[in-house]
Structures are given as C-alpha cells and as structure tokens.
Design a protein around this ligand. Structure first.
Ligand SMILES: [Zn+2]
Length: 152
C-alpha cells in the first residue's frame, strides 16, 4: 500500500511504501533518491542500514584502493595497509623518494616525505645504494594513513 507523506529526514513530499528496497538494490534507491533532498539521511543510509559516515581515499598517490566501509576513519585506513610491505610483524618498510617521482598534490608529496622521515632504521638497499628505506610501526603508519581518509 502506498500513501503520500513527508520524509522525516529531508521534509520532501514523498510516497511512502510498505516495502523498503534491499540495501544492495541500487536501481530502486536511485529511483527513490529523485524524490528526496540530495543529502537525505534516509537515502544515504539506505534506511539506516549503512553507516551515516562514509569514507573515501582522498590521496591520488595511493592509487585506487577503496577499502570497504568502516565505522571510523582509522578502521577504513586499515584497508590501505596491504599496499605496504610488512617487513616483520607490525613493522612496515617505507621507501625514500630519492630518485622516484610521485603524483599528487603538494600536501600529498609532503605526506610521503613526512612518512619516510618518521621511519626508523633507515638504510640503503644492498642492490641499489642510492635508494633508502626505513621501517615504521603499524600504529604510526595508520596515523599517517588516516590523513588520507576523507569523510563524505
Ligand atoms: Zn528524505
């Protein structure tokens, strides 16, 4: 049964239905969204079955990983960890930028420099003495990665 009502979240006039589309029914949600405000919480959360806050990778230089949605920026940032080489349990190896080019905004380039600066046990590679790397703990790396996460 359908009846006219006002959306509790965005105050638009909408048609209320007894059935709510499934959370993965993208087409139905797309169709419904036409009748609600752009930022309507009910639409955004698919009737409160998705978290209110969603996160995105804001760093071009991290490539295109889209970790699965999480409850916090830090949990989301964990999805980036597999991009880094785990040298020993909980310790990740970060390369210096010497001789490398990276894409990204000035903020991102500084982020990579700061990340390398924050590493310990810096040493050159045996096979490429001009290239240095250092290690950083998972916790500290996550502190950095959180800065690449943007809440949307
Ligand atoms: Zn609405």
């Amino acid at each position: 049964m359908e009846r006219q009502t006002v959306c509790y979240y965005c105050a638009r006039d909408v048609t209320e239905s007894d059935s709510v589309p499934g959370v993965n029914d993208y087409e139905s949600w797309e169709e419904l969204s036409r009748y609600h405000a752009e930022d309507c919480e009910w639409i955004r959360t698919r009737a409160h079955r998705l978290p209110i806050h969603r996160f995105e990778n804001a760093f071009e230089s991290l490539g295109d990983p889209s970790p699965k949605q999480a409850e916090s920026a830090r949990e989301y940032a964990r999805g980036f960890l597999p991009m880094f080489v785990e040298d020993s349990p909980g310790q990740y190896r970060i390369d210096a930028l010497i001789g490398h080019t990276r894409i990204g905004s000035a903020t991102e380039l500084k982020w990579w420099d700061d990340l390398y600066d924050a590493t310990e046990n810096k040493q050159p590679y045996d096979w490429a003495p001009a290239d240095w790397s250092g290690t950083i703990s998972e916790d500290k790396l996550l502190d950095f990665l959180e800065k690449a996460v943007q809440q949307v």
